[in-house]
Design a protein. Structure first.
Length: 340
């Protein structure tokens, strides 16, 4: 089978590997049809693994495909079902896993494509308990965005920030996969959306997605715009994943008692926080990492209802490297999909 393996920093090779053995007990064998690219793929490609890992490593953290074989004891699935795999090797037996808080697994082996072999290969065996069925009407390219994109947004907005209909939300980096999907999710809920982006073209695309107000953060102070739009009150929620570059003004954009939820730090991991503002204005800050399997199921269900991810580019497996370079250059608006 064909597979993309990382051999070293920026050393990505398309190789022919032996097909995996039949799925073991409790496993599903998936014929992968589409892989979605994410910043975690770029970080791994650069060598920023943040943890010990063994190379070569099959890349790809987010994917979708069809079931081609079932291991012993697997129930509720049949050959031909379409599925998306949860992107981490969790234990399934710790307290967090048993309670459905998969992203807090106490014995996680790692993230697919980053610490353990991922999904940029034609066939993969994966635990059935971490697979989510893809509803009718949702194609492989959209379904490939179910975990790192839809699942992350579900976990951020609804598990953590608990976004409510009619609230006002500031969404950072609208051109990203999660930023663009968050716009559609918040608008479907009936929220007022203020979106930021780094250039006028991306701002126009965010507006076309449904954002009520857009801010080119390279030219305007988005916290001032947020306060003006809300009559100096501030927004209810900030959807943050940029990091140091936007941290302080994101907090300043919040109303009294407002909520900031963050899942990323692409512009830097350390930022100054005005502690007096934090406690005087009684702000709430939520760290959000990955998602629960239930978030993935909710995400694909919403895709079937019409809340689809924004796709920037679709390329074949042979051009995976081009997709990584495009993502690294920040020229994207939405997701880059690799088809197999």
């Amino acid at each position: 089978m064909r597979a993309l393996r990382l051999h070293g920093d920026r050393d990505l090779r398309l190789e022919d590997l032996d097909a995996p053995p039949p799925p073991g007990p409790g496993e599903i064998q998936l014929r992968v049809r589409a892989v979605a690219l994410n910043h975690i793929d770029v970080w791994g490609w650069r060598g920023m693994a943040f943890a010990q890992r063994q190379l070569p490593l099959v890349v790809g953290a987010e994917a979708a495909g069809e079931v081609v074989a079932l291991g012993e004891g697997v129930a509720g699935w049949k050959i031909g079902d379409r599925a998306t795999p949860y992107g981490a090797r969790t234990c399934g037996v710790c307290a967090a896993c048993r309670e459905g808080r998969d992203n807090l697994c106490e014995n996680v082996q790692g993230v697919a494509g980053f610490h353990v072999d991922g999904f940029a290969r034609e066939v993969a065996n994966w635990p059935a308990r971490t697979m989510v069925k893809v509803p009718e009407g949702v194609g492989f390219e959209d379904a490939a965005c179910s975990v790192v994109t839809a699942g992350t947004v579900e976990h951020m907005l609804f598990d953590n920030a608990k976004l409510q209909p009619g609230e006002t939300i500031l969404i950072q980096a609208a051109g990203s996969g999660i930023g663009s999907y968050a716009i559609r999710s918040a608008k479907a809920l009936g929220c007022t959306v203020i979106a930021t982006a780094g250039d006028d073209e991306k701002c126009a695309k965010a507006k076309a997605l449904g954002a009520d107000h857009v801010v080119n953060y390279s030219e305007k102070n988005f916290s001032s715009v947020a306060r003006r739009v809300t009559g100096k009150r501030g927004v209810d929620v900030v959807f943050e994943h940029v990091g140091a570059a936007t941290w302080a003004p994101s907090l300043l954009s919040l109303r009294m008692g407002g909520r900031l939820v963050t899942c990323g730090s692409t512009s830097g991991v350390s930022a100054d926080t005005n502690l007096m503002m934090l406690f005087q204005r009684q702000l709430h800050i939520f760290g959000s990492f990955g998602c629960r399997i239930e978030n993935v199921a909710n995400g694909v269900a919403k895709m079937a209802q019409g809340i689809r991810p924004v796709l920037d580019t679709v390329v074949p497996l042979e051009r995976f490297g081009e997709g990584l370079e495009r993502l690294e250059s920040r020229k994207v608006f939405g997701k880059i999909i690799v088809t197999l």
